[in-house]
Design a protein around this ligand. Structure first.
Ligand code: FAD
Length: 467
């Protein structure tokens, strides 16, 4: 067919995966078109995910810390929150970053095409723009179309029922808020709204919050967060949601379900995210998409059609921006003819809650389930001068080592700045460090990051069997 644009590489979707791939490919000399349905670049992460949530979480963390200061002799009084200003601040943070991306695209001569893209065949993408359909003929393509919040079928449409995008709009602070889903996204938003004054209930089908995370870390988080919650309903699900004039009435079923329906002013559905794979007519390009909408790829991020790559949330878990960025770089380099492969040993995760919880690699539960013999180094922050000075003596740092090879295989941190510290543990795992390597690395004193070195010293000096 006829093409409006002929190009070396088309990238479908301008989230962290897509823009990273487009920029890297352009740097390597390819002519690139970046297709995005929304007017701003950055995808979920910059517009309605990582960045706006962190802007609000930072404000919440400062408010929480200020609230403890009266006991230290400095009273800031009850905070007055101007929601309009707070929302404007968050929007400005997002705007700064997304406009920065536009500048970076221009500087690299990456052509941004705004519109909804769908495959017409293995070498053509039809993009529905405001000015009609534009056909892009491509030599290679990278699918980076991301994911969207899972919708629960029985939930009615009502402005008081939102997903994470709606919650980030921060229209009002409810009195009673229900969070459906006890994962990271739900608990981050619960943190923001509870600090702003909402009473929170959480319902989770599984037997714990933050499943998959080391229970020792979660226990500390739960203890610190208990005052935020009216009810935490585990092994429980919502079966009916009714929007009435006075509120949203929710019926529960399960182990910790209240007998009668409960009423809320705001319900956040944070029950997971599903990939956008089924909306791209990928079959017309011959690309296999599984029943859930994921696209399988090899270590170069190639789909079953070798000149079409896929990256980010659409290729599977963990659905995290830093994974998408690294995959984007590999796919772009492979498209440019380099022998790059995605071979990360580990991908760290962070819940930017209060306190933060961060983890990487193997957890203790996992090691036990696999019958793997491990040794661990645990450093309670009650023994860290900096943590005590900062009022964070409840935190701790935990490292896990393979008992035979002595190499570090996992780690977790709970406490302020855990997310900033976890990168060092990821590096240690990637480098195959052992406890001695980490313990004998001189860490600056007094810092929270120092606890990684101290935990390693504990492990190095300890017996190899678990207590
Ligand atoms: P996306 O960011 O989803 O981008 C895909 C893009 O493709 C979108 O812009 C979409 O509009 C576009 N698109 C889709 N289909 C088409 C089409 N047919 N035509 C044109 N354009 C299309 N991750 C972290 O690592 N850290 C965090 O702190 C964090 N916080 C989060 C908080 C929230 C509330 C949410 C929802 C997510 C968070 N995430 C976080 C996850 C992170 O946002 C995603 O992992 C990341 O955005 C995935 O990047 P991506 O490039 O795969 O896709």
């Amino acid at each position: 067919g006829k093409a409006d644009i002929e190009i070396d590489l088309v990238v479908l979707g301008a989230g962290p995966g897509g823009y990273s791939a487009a920029f890297r490919a352009a740097d390597l000399g390819l002519k690139v078109v970046l297709v995005e349905r929304y007017p701003t670049l950055g995808g979920v992460c910059l517009n309605v995910g990582c960045i706006p949530s962190k802007a609000l979480l930072h404000v919440a963390a400062v408010m929480e810390e200020a609230a403890h200061f009266a006991a230290l002799g400095v009273d800031f009084n009850t905070p007055k929150v101007d929601l309009d200003k707070l929302r404007a601040h968050k929007d400005k943070v997002v705007e700064k970053l997304t406009s920065g991306l536009s500048g970076m695209a221009k500087a690299r001569k990456v052509q941004v095409l705004e519109g909804v893209g769908k495959f017409a065949d293995p070498h053509h993408l039809a993009v529905a723009t405001d000015a009609g359909v534009k056909v892009v003929k491509f030599a290679q393509a990278i699918i980076a179309a991301g994911s969207q919040a899972v919708k629960l079928p029985f939930i009615p449409g009502d402005p008081r029922i939102v997903d994470s995008t709606g919650a980030l709009e921060l229209a009002a602070v409810p009195k009673q808020m229900l969070v459906i889903g006890g994962g990271i996204i739900g608990l981050e938003m619960a943190t923001v709204y509870s600090t702003l004054g909402a009473r929170i209930s959480v319902v989770e089908m599984l037997d714990g919050l933050m499943t998959g995370v080391d229970r020792d870390l979660v226990k500390v988080w739960e203890k610190r967060n208990a005052p935020r919650f009216d009810k935490v309903m585990l092994k429980t699900k919502t079966t009916k949601v009714e929007a009435k004039t006075g509120g949203i009435w929710v019926t529960f079923e399960g182990e910790q379900a209240p007998a009668a329906p409960q009423c809320y002013d705001l319900v956040l559905v944070a029950a997971g995210r599903s990939p956008n794979g089924k909306k791209l007519d990928a079959d017309k390009a011959g690309v296999n998409v599984d029943a859930r909408g994921f696209i399988a790829v090899d270590s170069q991020l190639r789909t079953n059609v070798p000149h079409i790559f896929a990256i980010g949330d659409i290729v599977g878990q963990p659905m995290l921006a830093h994974k998408a960025v690294h995959e984007g770089h590999v796919a772009a380099e492979a498209a440019a003819g380099h022998k790059s492969h995605f071979d990360a040993v580990v991908i760290p995760s962070v819940a930017y809650t209060d306190p933060e919880v961060a983890w990487v690699g193997v957890t203790e539960d996992q090691a036990r389930a696999e019958g793997r013999s491990i040794s661990k180094g645990l450093f309670p922050w009650a023994a860290s001068g900096r943590a005590i000075a900062n009022g964070a003596d409840y935190g701790f740092t935990k490292l896990l080592f393979d008992a035979e090879t002595k190499r570090i295989i996992g780690g977790g941190i709970v406490g302020p700045s855990a997310g900033d510290i976890i990168g060092e543990i990821a590096l240690a795992i990637e480098m195959g460090a052992d406890a001695e390597d980490i313990g004998k690395t001189i860490h600056p004193h007094p810092t929270l990051g120092e606890t990684v070195g101290l935990a390693a010293e504990v492990a190095h000096g300890s017996c190899t069997d678990l207590p």
